[in-house]
Design a protein around this ligand. Sequence first.
Ligand SMILES: Nc1ncnc2c1ncn2[C@@H]1O[C@H](COP(=O)(O)OP(=O)(O)OP(=O)(O)O)[C@@H](O)[C@H]1O
Ligand SMILES: [Mg+2]
Length: 306
Amino acid sequence: MVSKLIALEAYPNLKDLDFRILRGVELNMRHHQWVPLEDIARFARTDVETASHHLGKLDSWELVRRRSDIGYIGYQLTIHGYDALAIRAFSRKGLIEAISTSQIGVGKEADVYIAITPGGEKVAVKFNRIGRTSFTRIKLYRRDFMDKRHISWLYISRLVAQREHEALQLLSPFARVPRPLGWNRHAIVMEFINGVELADLREGDLSRGEAEEILGKVLDEYLKIVKFGIVHSDMSEFNIVLTEDQSILIIDWPQYLPTAYPESLEYLKRDLTVLLNSFRRRWKVEKDFNEVWNRFYNAWLKSRGG
Ligand SMILES: Nc1ncnc2c1ncn2[C@@H]1O[C@H](COP(=O)(O)OP(=O)(O)OP(=O)(O)O)[C@@H](O)[C@H]1O
Ligand SMILES: [Mg+2]
């Protein structure tokens, strides 16, 4: 399902005061499920009446949500409000100048849009939508937020963006992954990749020989990454992009694990199983799992100083 970037419809109407109000709601959500109107007004340095008027508009644009049956009037930021704040931050940092309302990538846990930098370069902006469909991947982060009292989607989706940006920063100097350009809140800006997901190819698009060559490239790339000390943990034909010149990129890194974590070995095994199975199923590429596994297991051990 393709979703529109709702925040963009409201964006041109937003004034500095509206952004201060959104910030006020955002920051106070650490302490309140529904942020009292008075607190928002105080933060935005305005009177309650003005704040209430602006919040009414923000509500009609779906950037905040209002509740009055809790003994007071309270507001929450919506994912669209969070998007608006991230877009504003990217634009102030000079990372993007315009962003398109239509989506390029439809992920389960993220929406990806094309944007243009002030220099006219095309970039991709990935907004995390954690919690929209499932919490499957979040298990992996439990260790990171165990000590936090409030585990909110705001906090988690921010952590997810930070982690993915971190992975891309570590890997992009030597591996075929998108070059990261910045992150804010739940979103990251990265190099735009003109290509097609392996999952979107039809059987006839590649000969067995071509598929074999592509699998070889993916494995070479992944082996370098494992040697460096990182396991992807969600490797599949959905997260490999094939470009026009037949080179490949591995995308979608928020759930990566350092090889220093012993459980990364299980994820590595699963990644390779998924990969080899899909090439066997779709293009009849036969590759001996044990031979591949030996190479990767040794790389995994070495990366741990073993
Ligand atoms: N840098 C990029 N340039 C161009 N397109 C991209 C880029 N990053 C992601 N996409 C597109 O957006 C889609 C979703 O991105 P990604 O896989 O990172 O997110 P996701 O929501 O985790 O996906 P899923 O949960 O389905 O694996 C990709 O499959 C790809 O088509
Ligand atoms: Mg993906």
